[in-house]
Write a protein that binds this ligand. Structure first.
Ligand code: PAF
Length: 288
C-alpha cells in the first residue's frame, strides 16, 4: 500500500489531478465527511472500477448542519481514514480546512427546487441541501473528475446532486452506490457510533420494516395501508419517527396509485439522540 498524497489546498489538488490527466488517466472523486467505514470503502472500490485514479475528499462541511445538529461532535478520525483509503487504493486525499472552502467574504449558495423540496429530509433539515449542493459543486469544480460516487443511503441527496449536475451542466458522471449493511441489516453510517448497546440492538428494525413494506407493496397491498402499519411498527420499536414515505425513485414525487415506475421507500427516525435514515427499492405488483 502507498500512503495517499494529502492535498490541503485547491492548488495542490489541481496540480496532482493535472499530472494524472497529462498521463491520460480518468479521475474519480469520492466526496466524504470522513469517519470512514466499509460503506465508504465500497465507494472507493466503485471509483477504482470506473477510473484509473481516485481522489477522496474529507471535509466535515459546516454549512450542511443545522444549528442544533452534531457538527462539533461529528466523529473525526483523520489518520485512520487516510490509512483505510491507502489500503483501498485511493491515491489522493483532499482535506481542506473550512477557511480554504469558505474564504473571507464567502457569499454564494446554490438555491434548489425539485427533489430538494420533496418533503423528506428537507422538511426536517431546511438548510441541509443548500449546504450539501454548494459544497459538492465546489468539490466538483475544484477536482474536475470524470465520475463522482455517492452512496444510495442518502437517497434524496443523490437525487439533488444528479439534478444539480444536469441543471448546471457540470461535466461529470454521477454514480450511485448501493448501501452497505451490517449483518443484521442496519445501514452502515458514521453516526452509528452514537448508538448505545440497547439502541444498537433495536436499530435494525428500521430496515426490517422498510423491507417488509416493500414486500407488501410488491404483493399489491395499498400504499397508504402499508405505510400506516410501517409507521406504527417503527414507533413501537422505540423510534421517534420523522417520516416513512413512498416516492417515485427518479423524481421523489408522490407516486400515482397506478404507477409502474420504480419506487423508493424512505425513512428517517430518531433512536435516542441519534437520527438514522434508510431507504429501499419498491415496485408495485404488475397487473396482468
Ligand atoms: O454524504 C456526505 O458525506 C456529505 O453530504 C457530502 C456529499 C460529502 C457533502 O458534504
Amino acid at each position: 500500500m502507498n500512503a495517499p498524497i494529502i492535498a490541503r489546498t485547491v492548488a495542490e489538488l489541481r496540480q496532482t489531478v493535472a499530472t494524472w490527466r497529462r498521463a491520460g488517466a480518468r479521475v474519480a472523486l469520492v466526496p466524504t465527511m470522513g469517519a470512514l467505514h466499509p460503506g465508504h470503502v465500497s465507494l472507493v472500490d466503485l471509483a477504482r472500477a470506473s477510473a484509473g485514479r481516485v481522489v477522496t475528499s474529507i471535509f466535515v462541511n459546516p454549512t450542511q448542519f443545522g444549528p442544533n445538529e452534531d457538527y462539533s461532535k461529528y466523529p473525526r478520525t483523520f489518520d485512520a481514514d487516510v490509512e483505510r483509503l491507502g489500503k483501498a487504493g485511493c491515491e489522493l486525499v483532499f482535506a481542506p480546512s473550512p477557511d480554504v472552502m469558505y474564504g473571507h467574504g464567502f457569499a454564494t449558495t446554490i438555491s434548489l427546487e425539485g427533489p430538494a423540496k420533496a418533503g423528506l429530509e428537507d422538511a426536517f433539515r431546511p438548510s441541509h441541501f443548500a449546504g450539501v449542493a454548494t459544497v459538492v459543486a465546489k468539490l466538483l469544480i475544484q477536482c474536475g473528475p470524470d465520475v463522482a460516487i455517492f452512496g444510495e443511503k442518502d437517497f434524496q441527496q443523490l437525487a439533488v446532486i444528479r439534478r444539480m449536475v444536469r441543471d448546471l451542466d457540470i461535466p461529470v458522471e454521477i454514480i450511485g452506490a448501493p448501501t452497505l449493511r451490517e449483518a443484521d441489516g442496519l445501514a452502515m453510517s458514521s453516526r452509528n457510533v452514537y448508538l448505545s448497546a440497547a439502541e444498537r440492538a433495536a436499530a435494525p428494525v428500521l430496515h426490517g420494516v422498510l423491507r417488509d413494506c416493500a414486500a407488501r407493496i410488491a404483493q399489491g397491498e395499498t400504499f397508504e395501508g402499508v405505510l400506516a402499519e410501517g409507521r406504527v411498527q417503527i414507533e413501537r420499536a422505540g423510534f421517534a419517527l420523522d417520516y416513512l414515505e413512498l416516492r417515485d425513485a427518479a423524481t421523489l414525487a408522490a407516486p400515482r396509485l397506478d404507477t409502474t415506475a420504480a419506487l423508493r421507500l424512505l425513512a428517517a427516525a430518531r433512536m435516542g439522540a441519534t437520527r438514522l435514515i434508510d431507504n429501499v427499492h419498491a415496485q408495485k405488483a404488475q397487473e396482468s
